[in-house]
Write a protein that binds this ligand. Sequence first.
Ligand SMILES: Nc1ncnc2c1ncn2[C@@H]1O[C@H](COP(=O)(O)OP(=O)(O)OP(=O)(O)O)[C@@H](O)[C@H]1O
Ligand SMILES: [Mg+2]
Length: 268
Amino acid sequence: MTDMGHIVIKNLRKEYIDRRHKRRSKDEPNECIGDCVLVLDNINLEFCEGEMVTILGPSGCGKSTLLRIIAGFDKPTAGSVVINGETLTGPSSDHIFVFQHNALLPWMTVQENVALGLRGMEDKEMMKEQIQEHIELVELEGFENHYPYQLSGGMQRRAELARALAVNPDTLFMDEPFTGLDFLAHMKMREEVVNMHEYFEKTILVVTHDIDDALIMGDRIVVLSGRPAHVKLSEKLDFPRPRSFVKNTELSKLRDEVYLMLGVNYAV
Ligand SMILES: Nc1ncnc2c1ncn2[C@@H]1O[C@H](COP(=O)(O)OP(=O)(O)OP(=O)(O)O)[C@@H](O)[C@H]1O
Ligand SMILES: [Mg+2]
């Protein structure tokens, strides 16, 4: 059985220490005193292969920190991350691709940017087909020969998505992928991410502060508490797609619960 994109997070703890005033308790070396900031506190999670997981939590609670640790860019203070059965010891670029804004090379066309992800492919005909497939998936056909500056912000973001997918990682990480987009571009891009997830069946971790995005997109929702973050909820979302809060009262009820969990008394 292949096990690609399977992630287990065990007893993860992260504290940042101000190096200028590093102080630790002699009796309890794991206790953080003085100028330590405890960010993640005993996080245990498991993500299945092909699952789209949305991670919600208040600002500053440690979402980006958690993503950086799972990507291997930052080390936990305690605990471990096991990816595809192997304990993570450093950046795992073989398995993970981090979706970033402004990742397009400005001197390359959309086609050339997407082709970057497919470097090394020997069959040039197949490469051309795959580039086109990715461009069509994000609905950018007709813009193959455009440069990034000739695209709108939303189109650039979708071209970045096509480029990320072309890399064909087991897992894709997206930290606030819709930031800075207007409402319609946000909706469009969200739809693209859901479509491409259905199409490629990759494990995708999406950090967001938007409760609606988390519930509309996720196969699983994770809600973190304020700092130090611990897991308040990790729940499978078995709602049919396309999802609608108006048509699905269970989903709408869950939205109210998540709002309350995040300290907002929300009622529609
Ligand atoms: N390199 C660092 N050194 C010290 N403290 C850090 C570092 N990186 C993050 N922090 C602290 O860790 C906490 C969590 O930061 P993080 O960026 O993970 O939060 P976040 O949940 O992604 O927030 P936001 O929703 O605003 O993006 C913050 O209090 C931040 O100040
Ligand atoms: Mg963040």
